[in-house]
Ligand binder design. Structure first.
Ligand SMILES: [Zn+2]
Length: 271
């Protein structure tokens, strides 16, 4: 299993997980490369809520989707609020938030669907993207796991939602844990540390590394552990192990760019 960057269509560079098949499914993590946005959103900012020029974002979305032979008009996006709310996307949701942020699905941080040709797209700048594919029932899921989503186990809840709606068997479900701020760069204080100790009593020592009277938080481990807790097999979890703050020349990083930056996207679409 591996996560690697590759060129699509001229200058568009994306990250992909080797665990996901190339047939019947498209998936990608975008990078900064291939878009038209100007600094500090340069160049492939795919989000509309962060102050970038709307026309540039629409062009970026078009180029990005086009590279996968998908229509950006069908994109389904949401207003991400660090909740653990999960929404089942239906055919009627195609295009929600595709051309305006006001139209995005409200207060949601994860999608599940079995509808084809509706690209699910979530936005990130340091939070962790988690992507799910159930090859048996041809269903997908995607979640936005910052520290709040991670401590409230949104990735685990996404698996449970897929189980309830699509009869997904966790033992057959394939998962990719994308680039996000790594334990190398993510310092947290007492309040966050206490919440993780409570949510992960057995694994707190793996997830939190003491550092100068504070802690370094490992979001990748916290997401992997919660997935294994609900029956996802370790050999079905592809970890990017890529820190967005260490690699802010490739990915947007809220922390490394001091808050004013673009958003990469995680995109998943059944075909
Ligand atoms: Zn780092």
């Amino acid at each position: 299993m591996s996560f690697s960057l590759l060129e699509k269509e001229d200058t568009i560079q994306v990250g992909q997980f080797s665990i996901f098949p190339q047939e019947g499914l498209e998936h990608a993590i975008s990078t900064r490369f291939g878009g038209v946005s100007k600094s500090p959103f340069d160049k492939m900012n795919l989000a509309m809520h962060n102050g970038d020029d709307e026309k540039s974002v629409l062009e970026n979305r078009h180029r990005f989707c086009n590279a996968f032979f998908l229509s950006s008009a069908n994109l389904c996006t949401c207003e991400q609020v660090h909740s653990s709310n999960i929404r089942q996307v239906t055919a009627a949701d195609a295009g929600r938030g595709a051309t305006s942020y006001e139209d995005a699905i409200k207060e949601t941080d994860a999608f599940i669907t079995n509808v084809k040709n509706v690209p699910l797209m979530l936005f990130f700048a340091d939070c962790t993207p988690v992507l799910f594919f159930d090859p048996e029932h041809h269903a997908i899921g995607i979640s936005h796991a910052g520290w709040k989503g991670t401590v409230h186990k949104i990735a685990q809840k996404t698996v449970k939602a897929m189980q309830a709606v699509f009869q997904t068997d966790p033992k057959k479900c394939l998962v990719g844990i994308g680039p996000s701020i790594g334990p190398c760069c993510y310092e947290v204080g007492l309040d966050v540390q206490l919440q993780f100790c409570k949510a992960f009593p057995k694994d707190a020592n793996t997830i939190l590394i003491p550092f100068q009277k504070k802690w370094k938080l490992d979001l990748w481990a916290a997401n992997r552990i919660q997935l294994e807790e609900v029956g996802i097999l370790a050999e079905h979890i592809d970890m990017a192990d890529t820190c967005t703050a260490c690699n802010s020349d490739v990915f947007f990083s809220y922390r490394a760019d001091q808050g004013k930056t673009g958003r990469i996207a995680a995109m998943l679409c059944l075909k």
